[in-house]
Design a protein around this ligand. Structure first.
Ligand code: FAD
Length: 430
């Protein structure tokens, strides 16, 4: 039987981040990944500022930055019935304190490769691709690699397997999916070189998100009513092109590079939150523990943040600096709950195809852009760097019931709401 200090099940972004974090602290990690190579399914590609801070601590900030497309500003464009611009507002990452005041788009598989390549330089890291964990019994996990089966015994087992988690099952945890009235078509295709910022383009009943990737590519998400995918796919591909070019003329001549429906995937948003993240020597991170609506671009970032906190904690536990694994959940659960709710509300803002909803959305975005406090709160909460909840006063300002504030937020006030190391790793204070 093979033995290891920490077994990580799942080599997605969450599993690879925690593995790298642990091997850098001298912990012996074995990671098993069921896929033999690249995953063909589109997944999260937007890195929020907190993820960049975590990658900085892991010594890979510049590597990630140089493989990404930096996004400073996200334009929110609302069109009228004739697809003419009715309103335009923006969300600006540059209001955040430096140096983590931008987001980055990176190909998902490229980010996995960066993490894996660095982890493989450590002799403490053992990697089994094309290996599936089939069950866990106590400290022993059963593996299947082709026709072969074998066992791995571990002091700690981390479930980073995504939505269908063997570890969550071993913890006797089930999750209840919340589903939405809409799905998304998602695909990456070439973009004009000067298509720089992120764009969310909507009418009262349509939604298109465009997020530039490196190599003059752009990732897109287009909202469709739940259950319509089959019907839409029966139409000629030109129908799909027109859905996009009606809303974003700038990509005319580029989206047509998609010549059939094969590359266009269906993305079904769901939301769930496991009741427990740990059970003795077992713990779950990322999508194994929670799934979030993709509207705010948080899924992959939440997996990275889980990995950062749990990785730091496990390394300290194995170093006899603390013994309490429940710190992981104490730090992460409130932050995850907040993100789930924030993403859920963002999703609802685009879920109902009524003119009145579109009007409220436009007003709210306009106020967020124009009121520096609201703008900062919005960007901080999205960034993952901290949480500054909206007050009743904020809600009234957003709804136009109170006048907007004009004063800038001072750097001191901004930084007060950014998580510090003591909040990220509170057990270290003891
Ligand atoms: C179809 C889809 C599209 C998405 N698109 C977006 C998006 O546009 N924007 C966004 O923000 N988020 C998106 N997400 C969410 C985001 O990608 C995830 O939140 C993020 O990837 C979570 O990372 P993770 O490491 O927890 O899990 P995953 O990325 O799911 O990684 C889990 C890994 O574990 C492996 N695995 C599973 N079971 C086993 C097993 N038994 N043994 C060994 N290995 C196993 C899998 O092969 C996989 O590589 C999407 C998710 C999905 C499923």
């Amino acid at each position: 039987m093979k033995t290891t200090e920490v077994l990580v099940i799942g080599g997605g972004i969450g599993g690879l981040t925690i593995a790298l974090k642990l091997v850098q602290r001298g912990v012996h990690v074995t990671l098993v990944e069921k896929l033999p190579g690249n995953n063909k399914v589109y997944k999260g590609e937007l890195l929020q500022p907190k993820s960049m801070q975590i990658f900085d601590k892991l010594g890979m900030h510049d590597l990630v930055k140089n493989s990404s497309k930096q996004i400073d500003v996200l334009d929110l464009i609302e069109l009228d019935r004739n697809n003419l611009v009715k309103d335009q507002s923006f969300m600006d990452y540059r209001v955040l304190p430096q140096p983590y005041n931008a987001s980055y788009m990176i190909h998902h598989e490229e980010l996995k490769k960066i993490l894996r390549d660095i982890a493989l330089t450590f002799e403490e890291f053992t990697y089994y691709p094309a290996t599936s964990c089939t069950s866990i019994d106590g400290h022993i996990a059963q593996m299947k690699q082709g026709q072969e089966t074998f066992e791995i015994q571990a002091t700690y087992i981390i479930g980073a397997e995504g939505r269908a988690s063997v570890t969550r099952k071993a913890m006797n945890q089930s999750v209840t999916n919340f589903t939405y009235n809409h799905h998304f078509l998602t695909v990456t295709f070439p973009r004009p070189e000067n298509f720089e910022g992120g764009q969310i383009i909507s009418t009262y009943n349509r939604f298109l998100g465009l997020f530039p990737l490196p190599d003059n590519q752009v990732r897109s998400v287009y909202l469709i009513p739940a259950g319509e995918y089959k019907k839409i796919k029966e139409k000629p591909i030109a129908y799909f092109h027109k859905l996009y070019t009606d809303l974003a003329p700038a990509i005319d001549g580029y989206v047509q590079e998609l010549r059939d429906w094969k590359k266009i995937q269906l993305m079904i948003p769901i939301k769930y939150h496991a009741d427990k993240y740990t059970d003795g020597h077992l713990a779950i991170i990322g999508d194994a523990a929670h799934a979030v609506h993709p509207m705010a671009g948080e899924g992959m970032n939440m997996a990275i943040q889980d990995a950062d906190v749990l990785g730091e904690l496990l390394a300290d536990i194995l170093d006899n600096k603390t013994s309490d694994i429940s710190w992981y959940e104490k730090v992460r659960r409130p932050r995850v709950s907040f993100m789930l709710q924030m993403s859920h509300l963002s999703a609802l803002a685009y879920s109902f195809p009524y003119q009145s909803v579109s009007w409220f959305r436009r007003k709210a975005f306009e106020r967020i852009e124009e009121d520096p406090t609201l703008h900062y709160k919005q960007m901080l909460n999205v960034s993952g760097l901290g949480i500054w909840k909206e007050s009743i006063q904020d809600r009234f300002i957003q709804g136009g019931l109170l006048p907007k504030r004009m004063g800038e937020v001072s750097l001191g006030v901004k930084e007060k709401h950014v998580f510090n190391d003591q909040q990220d790793y509170p057990w270290k204070r003891k």
